[in-house]
Unconditional design. Sequence first.
Length: 379
Amino acid sequence: MLLKTFGWSFAVTALGLVAAAFYGGWTAFGVVAILAILEISLSFDNAVVNAGILKKMNAFWQKIFLTVGVLIAVFGMRLVFPVVIVAISAKMGPIEAVNLAFNNKDRYQQLVTDAHPAIAAFGGMFLLMIFLDFVFEDRDVQWLRWIERPLAKLGKVDMLSVCVSLIVLLIASFTFAAHAHQHGGAHADKAQTVLIAGIAGLITYLVVGGLSGYFEDKLEDEEEREHEEEEEAARTGRKKPAVVLAGQAAFFMFLYLEVLDASFSFDGVIGAFAITNDIVLMALGLGIGAMYVRSLTVYLVRQGTLDDYVYLEHGAHYAIGALAVLLLVTIQYQINEVITGLVGVVLIASSFFSSVRRNRALAAAGAGSGEKTEVSSGV
């Protein structure tokens, strides 16, 4: 079962790491490995959410999502999107950006370094909004309760995450951006650039979130109408047009999943710029990670159960928050890419072991009382 589900991911991993080693030696090998781990860590909750929705779809639409959907996710969001970011930031055509990345790496590195303040501001705001919307939401399961409980109470204030993000952006614009790092160790005032790029990142998050909410509402309406049709069919004794309704519901599910998957993809793609500016290494690492997201989704659907490690989602979002802060700091200061990558890994590992301890506590409580009892294990 494991090999059947993750076989393609293992093969892509091996090919990607070998290609990285040939491309840039052991340093490139390590960067690609860190990018892949980061993408998997940040996208684990994506796989869980996808599986929860995907299991409601029939076999045809599941296959569509796991084939067409993965092509969009891997080749669209993880490969094309980084090129677009570099092209827009450096004010050049996408083809020119790709040619420059391969044929004139020094010039490409210079352009990316000079454009980094805008990239960091855009990505930092997008990631920060994801993190804030998560921690400001009142949740039944809490990992770091001493942080999450008061933040959940504050989250009852409307638009608080947007206000906090704008305050952070203003601070970053008048501090880090005033002495932004440029190619060759020089510094320049990029306050206006950072402010505009940060607002663009915030707007992008709001648009993607709005589209996700729109399709989610459509999906809920379709499910409610299908339920009413079932009740009517039961009362009258006639058969409802199951194929048509299932097709409509599945179509809206597919659209919703694509928008949702795109929104989850942004954090991995943007976060990758905190690790490396090399587009080849970025494509290899994110491509490997995207394949594991697909495999995790398939695995969870085929197993018929969602993940038992309930704090992993928390760890992933804390990693997103850490990356947001680090991206804003890198506007002025250079941070070792290995340290940046390991921050996410440490947070994910901590949340995993907390989940393991919680599961053991639940098992012990259930064994002692003769039945499964919920045990609070938040920190």
